[in-house]
Each structure stands twice: as structure tokens, then as C-alpha cells.
Design a binder for this molecule. Structure first.
Ligand SMILES: C[S@@+](CC[C@H](N)C(=O)[O-])C[C@H]1O[C@@H](n2cnc3c(N)ncnc32)[C@H](O)[C@@H]1O
Length: 318
């Protein structure tokens, strides 16, 4: 990776699939580009090199640490840059305040930043001990500690099944409920120690990762956020504008794939109708018939890029 994404900022987060993102995203060099998960601003910085000085860059992130990092990383770019601390489901409000109606490109690079995972105080990782928090920032009210200590056993099992796709969901919920009868579970380390005896030693870390991911998705309402934001982002795109989405697990990718597939299909008539009566034509053209994944070289250099899947589409009509 060259310094084009801001090397000092790669400590905050090393952006993935940057060249592929820029290739699919940029259609109009003087256009307006919205990065809905700007993190440390690595993608925006890379994209800025391909744009004219009069292009406009807007970054949104719900994490105040990301906003500070992006502002610093993007200080030297030629274009006008505005970074806003908010959730992407509120993109309409952000654009209204900025007086922007349509955009030429929109990027979602979902999930968590390296900064969030690696800062033990944020409580995202089972590899380091820290407070059981996991709130990314704006819009996350309940902490991971509130979820783990206050949800019923059934609700915990359901979220481990749904958001973690974890086979041992019931067992995990049962051991948590048993342990919290003695004392509130307050740290990532204690949660890990409570869960470990109930997991298969062979798949221990993979199971812990899925269970922690499930709690994180619940705390930050990540899938609701995505389902709300995708149609809003598409609505704001100009005709010919592009949407790029990078996801890191199958639950997110399924939502994105189905959303883009619906847009590319057009017709919304029930399948039993012999002919189309709705007359709807496709709203988007898929630019990636198959997902784009990081190269082996990128994964070698940045292990965290490995689960990334990129999908892109171009808007055809309002
Ligand atoms: C994988 S990182 C993005 C990194 C960024 N592309 C870069 O180049 O540094 C994901 C970021 O999305 C943010 N995020 C996740 N869900 C969000 C949401 N619903 N609204 C706004 N930001 C969100 C996280 O706080 C995190 O900073």
C-alpha cells in the first residue's frame, strides 16, 4: 500500500479494495461523492486523487474517533471535504443540512474499523480485555453489557442464532444467564471465559467471533441501519451515478445482494402473474455480476481484508 491512503492513518484503519472501489465508484470527475462509513478517510483520500479540484467529498461516520481521524487524514486533499458524525440511516438529514440534493457516487464500507477492534476500551474484541461496550457511536443506546445482562435467555439465543449463525446459540445463552445470576458480566474477558467451556475447542475462536459479532450487530442495529440506508442512498444518486458496497459477513452481503437484485429486475409483479402489469423497468445495472474479492496479495498484506466482498451498481432511472 502506498501513502495514497495516508500511511499514518493506516494505523487507524487500512482501507480494503481501494483501487476496485475507485474504479467502480468514480463516473464523474467533478461530481459529489458520499462515503457513508468514512472511518479514517482512507477510501475518500484515494478517490480524491482521481477527482477534479471542484469535486465535493462528504464523509459520514457514527464514530466520533473516525470523524477526527478522517478530518486529519483529508486535510491536504484538493477538494472541498465535509465530515459529519452521524449514522448513515440519517443521510437525508445530513444532505439537507449541507444543501445537497443528488450525488454521483455513494460508498458503504460496512462493519468495524481496525481502530474500533484494536482499542480495548471500546470493548469489541474477545482477544483483549475491556469494558463490555461495543457501541460504535451515534445511535447506539444499549451497550453490549446491557444486552448480555438484561436480555432474556430466549432473546439471547435468538440473536446468537440470527446474527451469529451460531449452532451453539442456546448453550451460549444458557451459560450467560447462569453466570449473571452470581454477578453482572462487565468485561469482554469475563464474557469470553464464561462462553469458552461451552464451545468446541476446535472451533473456539470462530465461535467466539460469531457470538461477539452477534452482540455487536444487536448493539448497533447494524442490519436495520443498512436496510434503511440502501434505498435512501439509491434515491439520492443521479442517473449514471454509482453505488459501491463492501460487506464483511454473509448477513450484510445477503441484504445488499437482494437489494441490488430487486433494483436490477425492475418488475415487481407477483411471480404468478403471466405478464408484467407494473411496467417497472430496472432502476440499476449491476456492475459486478459476481462479488469482487481482495487479491491474495492484498490479503497477505492485510489479513482483515480477507472476508471483504464488493458489489457495485449504476443507477439507470429515478
Ligand atoms: C470498515 S470501517 C470503514 C473504513 C473506511 N472505509 C476507511 O477507509 O478508513 C467501517 C466504519 O463504518 C462506521 N459505521 C458502521 N455503521 C455505521 C452506520 N450505520 N452509520 C455510520 N457509520 C457507520 C464505523 O464506525 C466504522 O468507522
Amino acid at each position: 500500500m502506498t501513502s495514497t491512503t495516508g500511511r499514518k492513518n493506516e494505523k487507524f484503519h487500512r482501507p480494503v479494495l481501494v483501487e476496485e472501489t475507485a474504479r467502480y465508484l468514480v463516473s464523474e470527475p467533478g461530481g459529489t461523492y458520499l462515503d457513508l462509513t468514512c472511518g479514517g478517510g482512507g477510501h475518500l483520500r484515494f478517490i480524491s486523487r482521481l477527482l477534479d479540484p471542484d469535486a465535493v467529498l462528504i464523509g459520514i461516520d457514527r464514530d466520533p474517533d473516525a470523524v477526527t481521524a478522517a478530518q486529519s487524514n483529508l486535510k491536504s486533499v484538493r477538494q472541498k471535504v465535509t465530515i459529519v458524525n452521524n449514522t448513515f440511516s440519517r443521510l437525508d438529514g445530513v444532505l439537507a443540512i449541507l444543501g445537497i440534493d443528488t450525488i454521483d457516487g455513494v460508498l458503504f464500507d460496512l462493519g468495524v474499523s481496525s481502530h474500533q477492534i484494536d482499542t480495548s476500551q471500546r470493548g469489541f474484541s474477545f482477544m483483549q480485555d475491556g469494558p463490555l461496550d461495543m457501541r460504535m457511536g451515534v445511535g447506539a443506546v444499549r451497550s453490549a453489557g446491557d444486552v448480555v445482562n438484561e436480555y432474556s435467555e430466549e432473546a439471547l439465543a435468538a440473536l446468537f442464532r440470527r446474527f451469529g449463525e451460531e449452532k451453539r446459540a442456546r448453550k451460549a445463552a444458557a451459560v450467560i444467564v447462569k453466570a449473571r445470576r452470581t454477578a453482572r458480566i462487565t468485561t469482554t474477558g469475563s464474557l469470553r471465559d464464561i462462553l469458552v467451556p461451552g464451545l468446541s475447542p476446535k472451533h473456539r475462536n470462530a465461535s467466539l467471533a460469531r457470538l461477539f459479532q452477534a452482540i455487536r450487530i444487536e448493539v448497533n442495529r447494524e442490519l436495520d441501519e443498512l436496510e434503511q440506508a440502501l434505498p435512501k442512498a439509491l434515491d439520492r444518486l443521479a442517473i449514471g451515478g454509482r453505488m459501491v458496497v463492501i460487506s464483511y459477513h454473509s448477513l450484510e452481503d445477503r441484504i445488499v445482494k437482494q437489494f441490488l437484485a430487486r433494483g436490477a429486475k425492475g418488475c415487481t409483479c407477483p411471480p404468478e402473474f403471466p405478464v408484467c402489469v407494473c411496467g417497472k423497468t430496472p432502476q440499476v445495472a449491476l456492475l459486478t455480476k459476481r462479488v469482487v474479492k481482495p487479491s491474495e496479495k492484498e490479503i497477505e498484506e492485510n489479513r482483515r481484508a480477507s472476508p471483504a466482498k464488493l458489489r457495485a451498481a449504476e443507477k439507470l432511472r429515478q
